[in-house]
Ligand binder design. Structure first.
Ligand code: BGC
Length: 420
């Protein structure tokens, strides 16, 4: 290994977080859970009625995430979910689109699914749960005022508006027989979906395009919006560049260090810094290294042949074995830093809940980054190092969509004993 490469590897240590580092961040995180004017918004979800698993009837759901829109239909209690998934056109997220165009797109996808089931001309409105994965101020289950766009969204005319009202107006104008009866965050949806599977599901976490967590405080589910946490975070130069180049500079700093929208670019900036543009000419452009490429960490072959294949596929094949090792290490360090910070977040919430000694709780988690190879092992190892005990981790597939169906069903009935 050349002296220069060794120097660079040394620099990569900036991505390592020791236990004392994590404890320092945890202290700041805990203060923010209670601070006045905190960087975490700690929003009411207005979800008091929780599903019992005994709900019946046909329900629809809409799930607007950071990348895709999904429309779902399910006949409760035991019907199969039918789903249409559509990528959100970049234009609709941009400053050039209008809120009206965005809501028209959402309503149209719902109409497609209703038409498929021949329910688009029904005389009565079908109840719809709407998962809106952004920070929103709520005063009722069916009203939600957008506080700020996050992830890639900048669509004008929606901030400070009631997204439930806007969508219901669009459905009415288009004569679609459907009404949004509940708006929830994806974390809340994940927790609701988890609570049907497991008693004591106290936390819902998303680690996909963005990140966030919700927890049950004994009265209702609180949407922490932990992606906004911004104290004591160990930024590297790559993190600062990623933030500066984002549509919401200075905001969502925790999210930008750990979630899928940013991990690829952080890795790319480190690759450029350590291995350089000469070795990796096809990754010199911003955004050219996608988060899914980080899956190269899975390569356990002795000569890193999978890394070699990946690089060849992307038109770069002249890295030595040592350089391929560095390539893999960079990917691993960025991914593991994310897992360590996620563990710090859950540890902080777990401690803050002050559960009775020995009480077992479950945590529902959804999102493509959490599903990455090696991620869960690292996350669990770090939780253990931090001292987390009696916490079951449950990967909930499509929690946010299923949760919206459950929230809609729960919205239509009188309060019942919950399973939480
Ligand atoms: C949003 C949250 C959401 C999270 C995960 C963040 O950018 O602010 O409301 O839960 O992404 O989708």
């Amino acid at each position: 290994m050349s002296q220069n490469e060794q120097k660079m590897l040394h620099k990569l240590r900036q991505l390592d977080l020791s236990l004392p580092d994590l404890m320092r961040i945890h202290e700041a995180f805990t203060s923010e859970l209670h601070a006045e004017g905190s960087s975490m918004k700690m929003l009411s979800s207005c979800v008091h009625n929780l599903p019992t698993g005994k709900e019946t009837g046909v329900y629809y759901a809409l799930d607007l995430g950071g990348t895709n829109l999904r429309a779902l239909r399910k006949e409760l209690p035991h019907g199969k979910i039918d789903m249409i998934k559509q990528k959100i056109p970049k234009y609709l997220m941009s400053e050039n689109a209008s809120g009206n165009e965005l809501f028209l797109f959402i309503a149209t996808v719902l109409l497609r699914l209703m038409t498929k089931h021949n329910e688009h001309k029904a005389a009565k409105n079908f109840p719809v749960g709407f998962t809106f994965s952004f920070p929103m101020r709520k005063t009722a289950l069916n009203s939600a005022f957008l506080i700020d766009w996050t992830k890639g969204f900048q669509t004008p005319g929606v901030v400070n508006e009631d997204v439930c009202g806007l969508l219901n107006m669009m459905l009415k104008n288009l004569e679609i027989p459907a009404e949004i009866v509940a708006v929830i965050n994806d974390t809340t949806g994940t927790q609701l979906a988890g609570s049907l599977k497991h008693e004591n599901c106290r936390v819902g976490i998303i680690l996909g395009t963005g990140t966030n967590a919700a927890y049950y405080n004994g009265h209702e589910i609180i949407n922490t919006e932990w992606g906004g946490f911004n104290k004591a975070l160990p930024f590297t130069q790559a993190d600062i560049i990623v933030d500066e180049n984002s549509p919401n500079a200075g905001k969502q700093l925790f999210e930008k260090m750990i979630s899928g929208m940013y991990l690829g670019e952080i890795t790319r900036l480190w690759l450029m810094k350590v291995l350089g543009p000469k070795l990796l000419p096809n990754f010199t452009e911003k955004g050219s290294y996608e988060s899914r490429f980080i899956n190269v960490v899975e390569d356990t072959t002795a000569n890193l042949s999978q890394v070699q294949n990946f690089l060849t596929q992307h038109g770069m094949s002249n890295l030595t074995f040592e350089q391929r090792q560095i390539f893999k290490t960079i990917n691993e360090k960025v991914l593991f830093r994310s897992a360590d910070l996620l563990a710090m977040g859950l540890f902080s919430m777990w401690k803050d809940m002050k559960l009775p000694e020995g009480m077992h709780i479950n945590v529902a988690i959804d999102g493509a980054v959490y599903a990455k190879p090696g991620y869960q092992n690292r996350f669990k190892e770090t939780l253990k190092k931090l001292g987390v005990k009696n916490v079951g981790l449950e990967m909930v597939d499509d929690g946010s969509g299923t949760g919206a169906i459950l929230a809609a069903a729960a919205a239509l009935k009188k309060p019942q004993v919950s399973k939480l």
